[in-house]
Design a protein around this ligand. Structure first.
Ligand code: AMP
Ligand code: GLY
Length: 422
């Protein structure tokens, strides 16, 4: 099987590593890829956000399966264009990707499907924003405000703050940018990322993982795309995956099918395990980054056949998934200035070390690997348990040099120390 991966992050590098080890894969390419994927998957230039270009490349390269990593091409219709060219594609249609592309759309689907989520208010203008913030403050007495950009914002469109003025300013800025605003009820409790593969009918959950969204240790600082992750979750309640499958994933997939907009590909449920039960924080329409970097190394089942089954409506015939014992941890190395104004163009040493997945990297004309984005590397390790995996990941990280780089030192620490309770 000739497999073409679209994207250029550490998620795509993790996908390439897993696909490369599948004996069914006869050729592997990653477009546009990065300095890390180039070592194992043919680098092919493409504007990933251009569906016509993606489909043309897939046809020219004679791909049997295209795996679309990021949300931007999916929301632009890349999967539709590839399928129209007669090539199997792992990833939802433009319509179905609205589950991620529009938070308001996701709320409609959840309401129709009876999926538990935060109460929310769609806000179209400044006066309405003030009214809604007052209403939320009155209803939730003392809970932080949650103010979101309705559209795609690479994890940076959300502000959670106890400060009404800051909440208002964020909402105003989103409105001024011409986007709709969603104000939400605050959800307490630990967060879980649960991924499921689906062909539009059958839903196969993967192992739960946890992301660390804030920039700084102790969950402080601004929201980011994700600073590190671990899997599985030693503190997860028994039966969590079955419960989420029954109350969230399957009803959502069924509701999308009922609407005539079947969702195939990866459905990512971002969950909060609140004092009142499981609630959906958000859906994504693709593998999460950095969670993919810890989920895929634990999967023993060959990946290409699995993704192909999801892409071709044959997931029901696929054998049950096999998982490795142990745990995985990934720590994101971010560029100076991330997430606000990441500095790029600096040389990186140690980027070819074991477990080092590349995100924003390129090979310069001088042959040096250089930083090219906010999240630069994801340093990953698998171990017999979470403590061992965590220790190895940080040991590997010590071999990396990048001017001004920063990373969290507490990825998976609360879980290792047993400080997470549901
Ligand atoms: P989102 O882009 O919707 O995933 O939001 C990014 C992050 O903001 C989430 O992972 C949460 O940490 C936080 N967040 C989003 N919505 C809520 C909410 N309703 N209550 C509490 N935290 C939230
Ligand atoms: N891990 C957060 C995301 O992929 O959106």
């Amino acid at each position: 099987m000739r497999v073409l991966v679209i994207g250029s992050g550490a998620r795509e590098h993790a996908l390439c590593v897993a696909l490369q080890s599948d004996p069914a894969v006869t050729a592997l390419a990653c477009a546009p890829g990065n300095a890390g994927t180039a070592g194992i998957a043919a680098p092919l230039p493409v504007v990933a956000a251009d569906p016509v270009a993606v489909a043309a490349l897939a046809a020219e390269w004679r791909a049997d399966l295209v795996v679309v990593g990021p949300e931007v091409p999916l929301v632009a219709g890349a999967a539709d264009a590839v399928r129209d060219a007669g090539i199997a594609c792992f990833g939802p249609s433009e319509q179905a990707a609205q589950l991620e592309g529009s938070k308001a759309f996701a709320k409609h689907v959840m309401t129709a499907a009876g999926v538990p989520t935060a109460r929310s208010w769609a806000v179209g203008g400044a006066a309405e924003l003030d009214t809604v913030l007052d209403e939320v403050a009155a209803a939730d007495g003392g809970a932080p405000f949650v103010v979101k950009d309705d559209g795609l914002a690479a994890g940076k469109g959300v502000l959670v703050t106890p400060d009404r003025d800051a909440a208002r300013a964020h909402g105003r800025a989103v409105l001024d940018a011409g986007h709709a605003v969603l104000v939400e009820e605050y959800l307490d409790g630990p967060e879980v990322s649960l991924f499921a593969l689906t062909d539009g009918t059958t839903v196969v959950p993967l192992v739960p993982a946890q992301d660390h969204k804030r920039r700084d240790d102790g969950d402080r600082g601004p929201n980011t795309g994700g600073m590190g992750a671990y899997a599985p979750l030693p503190w997860a309640p028994d039966g969590l995956v079955d419960e989420v499958l029954a109350t969230v994933l399957q009803p959502t997939v069924d509701e999308m099918a009922r609407r005539g907009e079947p969702f195939s590909g990866l459905l990512y449920a971002g969950l909060a395990l609140t004092s009142r039960g499981v609630r959906v924080v958000e859906f994504n329409a693709r593998f999460g980054d950095p969670e993919t970097q810890v989920v895929l190394p634990l999967l023993e089942t060959p990946l290409a056949g699995l993704l192909h089954a999801a892409a071709t409506g044959t997931l029901a015939d696929h054998p049950p998934l096999r998982w490795r014992d142990g745990a995985a941890v990934t720590v994101v190395v971010a560029a100076e200035g991330y997430p606000e104004r990441p500095r790029t163009g600096d040389p990186i040493s140690g980027a070819d070390g074991e477990g080092v997945l590349h995100a924003g990297t390129v090979v310069g004309p001088d042959g040096l690997v250089r930083s090219a984005g906010g999240r630069v590397l994801a340093v990953t390790a698998v171990g017999a348990d979470l403590a061992t995996a965590r220790q190895t990941a940080y040991e590997r990280l010590a071999g990396i040099r990048l001017r001004g780089a920063h990373w969290r030192t507490d990825i998976a620490l609360a879980a290792v120390e047993g400080r997470i309770t549901v």
